[in-house]
Write a protein that binds this ligand. Structure first.
Ligand SMILES: C[S@@+](CC[C@H](N)C(=O)[O-])C[C@H]1O[C@@H](n2cnc3c(N)ncnc32)[C@H](O)[C@@H]1O
Length: 355
């Protein structure tokens, strides 16, 4: 991943750049991983964003506004925002260059109104730069996209045997294969238990570490591919007719760890609020209970900072509330949406308005 300096790229950069070219695997329990498409770029060009009507209604994009899509992905939500608000501008951030490339194609018709940035959304302050305080809305649709899960060579899925990578940003960081080779058995078990809610976390962690040790002593390759890992886990926890592959939760947990998906999420929420103008809105879509808990508690804290008595006309304690929550409870997708778009089934939508 690039640092923020020099990577804020206009759309043309993304289109001309050197880019080559199931999720919902979370709260509601792991789904079977979808079959991998042969040509993800084509198949996903018109993928449906999650909870589109609800996101639009909470973000309430206005003509001429400046919006940040912190997880632009394939540009589904971004396209909706730009179409709903004439002359608005949008900064689309993603740490995945291939997704950005596809978003660039999808959003090409909006020309100069779009700026795509290859970066981590946790750098939102630097990315927004001098526009801080002028942003009308920030959207973050967290986690992995169906495109990433299905694309060849990314290593997120055990549907195919390929290098065990799992990095959203393939320009930096450790791969999942590196992670399992470097972490202790105890740490692996923690990752599987916390991020994947895997009940057999200790057994799997022990099996991985023993598998690596055995491979080392026999001179065979250690666990380097999705197939190596999936088969190893199948040997540790036999399938016994379950619809869900025993490696599903391990794959989800490793993906979260490799991409450090939970680290700094609270800071990102605060920074997003701080780049908003008064009455600007922050909309968050989460797909994992830990992610949602962080979103919920951070937004709640920002909405309850002031300790002044309610009778005071304005805050005198020096820590005024920063946001007003737009709904007390998270919104969930409709039954119809879940039926037609299974990725939406564990989605939770939260939103707040800058005071
Ligand atoms: C669920 S997808 C977003 C889909 C998008 N809303 C759409 O309609 O096409 C999530 C995206 O967030 C990106 N992402 C995840 N963590 C990120 C981070 N820390 N910084 C930037 N992008 C990130 C992923 O690479 C992925 O493309």
């Amino acid at each position: 991943m690039g640092t923020t300096s020099g990577i804020c790229a206009p759309l043309s950069f993304v289109l001309d750049g050197e880019l080559a070219g199931g999720d919902g695997d979370r709260d509601a329990g792991p789904a079977r991983q979808p079959e991998c498409p042969d040509s993800p770029g084509e198949n996903f060009a018109h993928h449906r964003p999650v909870m589109p009507a609800e996101v639009l209604s909470l973000l309430a994009p206005e003509a001429g506004g400046l919006y940040v899509d912190a997880t632009v992905g394939l540009g589904g939500h971004a396209e909706m925002i730009l179409s709903a608000s004439p002359e608005s501008r949008l900064i689309g951030i993603d740490r995945d260059q291939e997704s950005l490339h596809l978003a660039g194609r999808r959003l090409e018709r909006f020309g100069e109104r779009v700026r795509l940035v290859h970066d981590d959304y946790r750098n939102i302050r630097e990315i927004v730069g001098s526009q801080a305080g002028k942003v009308s809305g920030v959207l973050a649709d967290l986690g992995i996209s169906s495109y990433q899960l299905g694309a060849r060579g990314r290593g997120f899925s055990f549907q195919r045997d390929e290098p065990l990578d799992m990095r959203m940003d393939r320009t930096s960081g450790r791969t999942a294969a590196d992670l399992i080779a470097e972490e202790s058995e105890k740490e692996l078990a923690r990752i599987l238990f916390e991020y994947g809610e895997e009940r057999s976390s200790r057994r799997i962690a022990r099996g991985i570490v023993e598998g690596l040790r055995r491979a080392g002593s026999t001179g065979r390759d250690p666990i380097r591919t999705t197939g190596d890992l999936a088969h190893l886990i199948e040997r540790i926890i036999p399938r016994r007719g379950s619809r869900i592959h025993p490696a599903t939760r391990t794959f989800m947990a490793l993906r979260i760890a490799v991409n450090q998906e939970l680290e700094g999420l609270d800071r990102f929420i605060l920074d997003s609020v701080e780049v908003l103008q008064a009455r600007g809105r922050l909309v968050l879509l989460t797909f994992h209970s830990l992610e949602d808990r962080l979103a919920k508690t951070t937004l709640r804290t920002l909405s309850r900072r002031c300790s002044c008595p309610r009778s005071l006309p304005r805050c005198a304690c020096g820590t005024p509330d920063l946001v007003r929550l737009l709904s007390r409870k998270a919104l969930r997708p409709s039954r119809e949406e879940v039926a037609s778009n299974p990725r939406s089934r564990s989605a939770k939508l939260r939103a707040a308005e800058r005071i």
